[in-house]
Design a protein around this ligand. Structure first.
Ligand code: ZN
Length: 315
C-alpha cells in the first residue's frame, strides 16, 4: 500500500475539525511561540514558568541581566518596609520565577518575535545609585544617566490569548510534532479548510463516532500516528487510544482490504507511569499490523526531528 492510497483513505473519513482548533493551528503567534520555545535548551523550565502563569492570569517576569538573589531579597525587604507594594509585587514574582537554572533573559526573544506581549511598565534598579523605580519600557536605557552603571530591569510580559488556548487544550505540542514531521520530510496528513492546510486534532468518522488523531503522517507504506500528552501518561489512556485506533484501522481494512504498517508514538511532556509498557501493546494489537508502539519522553522532545529522521530510514 503506498502513501497516496493511505492519504486518500484518511481524507475520505475525515469529519469537521473544531473551529477553535483550526484557529489555533493557523495563528502565526502560536506558530512563532512553538518555534521559540522548543529551539531552546532548558525549554522545559520556560514551559513550566509559562504554564504556571496560565491559571492565575499572571505575567511572565524576566530581567535583562543577572542580579544576585540576596540582592533581590534585600530590595524586596526594603520595598516592604517602605510600603512600595508595586516594587514588592514585581520583585517577589520575579524571584519566584528566577529560581530555575536557565537565564530568564531568554524571554526577551519571545517578546521580540511577538510570542509574548510586553507590558508598558518595568522595574529599574541602579546598584550604584541604589535607586529602584518603575519606568515606561519604551524609555528604558542600558546605562544609568547619573553614574553610567549598567541598569537592571525586570520586564513583565503576558501570553497572547491564542497561545494561552493552545497550552490549555494541549495543541501546542501537536503543532510542534507537526512541524518536526515536516522538517523530517514526512507527508503529514492534513485537511484543507478554507484553502489552508490543517494537520492537528483531525477527527475521523468511523462506526458513527469520531476518532480524533493528534497528528498523523505517512512514509512509503507506513502510517505514523502521534498522540501528544502535556500531562501524565497512564496505561489506561494508551489502551483506550489503541482501542479507538482499532476502529479506524478496521474501517480502512474493510474498505481497501489491506493495512499500512502502523507505528503509534506517544509524545509526553509529563510523567510516564512506570506501568506503561509499549511492547505489550505491540503484541495485543498485532492484528492492526502495529509494527511499533513508542514513547518519546520530555527529555527527548527537543531532539524529535533527528529521531524522526532515523525512523524514516527504517521503513
Ligand atoms: Zn546610577
Amino acid at each position: 500500500m503506498d502513501e497516496t492510497k493511505i492519504l486518500k483513505e484518511f481524507a475520505d473519513l475525515q469529519s469537521e475539525i473544531r473551529e477553535d482548533k483550526i484557529k489555533i493551528e493557523l495563528d502565526p503567534v502560536v506558530s512563532q511561540f512553538v518555534d521559540q520555545l522548543f529551539e531552546q535548551d532548558g525549554w522545559a523550565c520556560y514551559f513550566h514558568i509559562i504554564a504556571n502563569c496560565l491559571g492565575k492570569g499572571s505575567l511572565v517576569y524576566y530581567s535583562n541581566t543577572g542580579l544576585k538573589e540576596d540582592k533581590i531579597v534585600e530590595l524586596l525587604a526594603r520595598s516592604f518596609s517602605e510600603g512600595s507594594g508595586i516594587f514588592a509585587d514585581i520583585l517577589s514574582k520575579y524571584l519566584e520565577q528566577s529560581k530555575v537554572s536557565t537565564p530568564l533573559d531568554f524571554f526577551q526573544n519571545f517578546v521580540d518575535q511577538g510570542a509574548l506581549k510586553l507590558m508598558s511598565e518595568c522595574l529599574e534598579y541602579c546598584s550604584v545609585c541604589d535607586q529602584v523605580r518603575i519606568i515606561e519600557v519604551k524609555n528604558r536605557e542600558d546605562e544609568c544617566p547619573n553614574c553610567s552603571a549598567k541598569l537592571f530591569h525586570i520586564m513583565q510580559a503576558s501570553l497572547p490569548e491564542a497561545v494561552r488556548a493552545a497550552i490549555s487544550n494541549g495543541q501546542l505540542l501537536e503543532i510542534y510534532v507537526k512541524k518536526c514531521l515536516q522538517k523530517a520530510g514526512f507527508r503529514v496528513i492534513s485537511k484543507t479548510v478554507n484553502g489552508a492546510q490543517v494537520s492537528t486534532s483531525i477527527p475521523y468518522s468511523v462506526y458513527a463516532i469520531d476518532v480524533e488523531i493528534d497528528v498523523g503522517a505517512v512514509e512509503k507504506s507506513s502510517l505514523f500516528i502521534f498522540e501528544c500528552k502535556t500531562g501524565k501518561l497512564v496505561p489506561s489512556e494508551v489502551a483506550q487510544k489503541l482501542a479507538q485506533l482499532k476502529l479506524l484501522i478496521d474501517t480502512i481494512n474493510r474498505r481497501i482490504n489491506g493495512l499500512p504498517d502502523l507505528h503509534v508514538i506517544f509524545v509526553v511532556l509529563g510523567e510516564i507511569d512506570k506501568n506503561v509498557e509499549p511492547r505489550t501493546y505491540e503484541t495485543a494489537f498485532a492484528d492492526l499490523n502495529l509494527k511499533s508502539c513508542q514513547l518519546i519522553p520530555a527529555n527527548q522532545v527537543a531532539g524529535l526531528v533527528s529521531h524522526l529522521l532515523k525512523l524514516k530510514t527504517k521503513v
